[in-house]
Design a protein around this ligand. Sequence first.
Ligand code: 1HN
Length: 348
Amino acid sequence: MSLENAPENTDERSAFYDRIADDNFTPLWQVLSNIITAEPQSGCRAHLWPYSKAREYLLESGQLITAKEAERRVLILENPGMRGLSCITTSLYAGLQLVLPDEVAPAHRHSQSALRFVIEGSGGHTTVNGEKTTMEVGDFVITPPWAWHDHGNKSDEPMIWLDGLDIPIVSLFDTSFADRYQEETQPLTKPDGDSLARYGTNMLPVDYHSKSIVSPIFSYPFERTREALEKLKQKDEWDACHGIKLRYINPNDGGYAMPTIAPFMQLLPSGFSTRRYRSTDATVFSVVEGSGVSIINGESFSWSPRDTFVVPSHQWVTHETSEDAVLFSFSDRVAQEKLGLWREQRGR
Ligand code: 1HN
């Protein structure tokens, strides 16, 4: 079922539309079928950004500008169907960030939430609300809305990570605020690993009762996530569409770790072919281990470690692997669920 197309035009109607347009009125019946569609009509297109190319461009940008001058030295992964809009899906932003040895990305804060997913390097760090977190490949790190954050790299290798932000969502609501810290970096007020020890060991401090919608854990180390997936592989009751898929949670309530972005990690065992699946949350994938092929809306995308690819809303997808593959992903599913909008469909 779809809504009817616009009614026929007559000279009399056209004259009326023109006349009321001057006073900022528009007849709904002329636009109804464009604004209420039977299915999602998105500009968002499936796409894959190979890491070899991304890395080359990032390192080249490292010769052109410092992290400090750029504020954040990031190459935006711009959806080919929405160029110029600084987004990877209609509702989310993604980019790849480079911090070179001894560089600092200065402290600031904004109302947008951010996640970091570490792709290359070891021993770089990000400081969030007075707590420093060391970054290792595969770690998932949160910057909550309005939290002071700065990044650094005291190692002798480049650090590269994927940034995911809810920039288009915040724009939609016209709620963007940002602020620069008075110094380049913020003071450390907690020991490293404090929040992980306090909130991230399946225990909570006695008398802790936070209802915060952002997880109090800043960093979810890859090591633990990987171990969990490996353990779950032993019992071969895998989801036909997702293989073994876990979501990162907020220990306050078991909900998603962030209020606007839902993060996941999944393992697709070697030789696994997923059943067709689609959902309304356009999803960004970052390949951690293994290689495979995803068929998105009939188009084939071959991926290998460190590549990024995006699956648009409501497009059928299947994944196929010839070795164990580990995929990190994120989408706006958490926001859609809260708003009663999220849908999924499993094919045969
Ligand atoms: C930001 O603050 C970071 O803190 C990265 O690393 C990317 C893109 C737009 C706006 C703020 C960061 C960003 C950003």
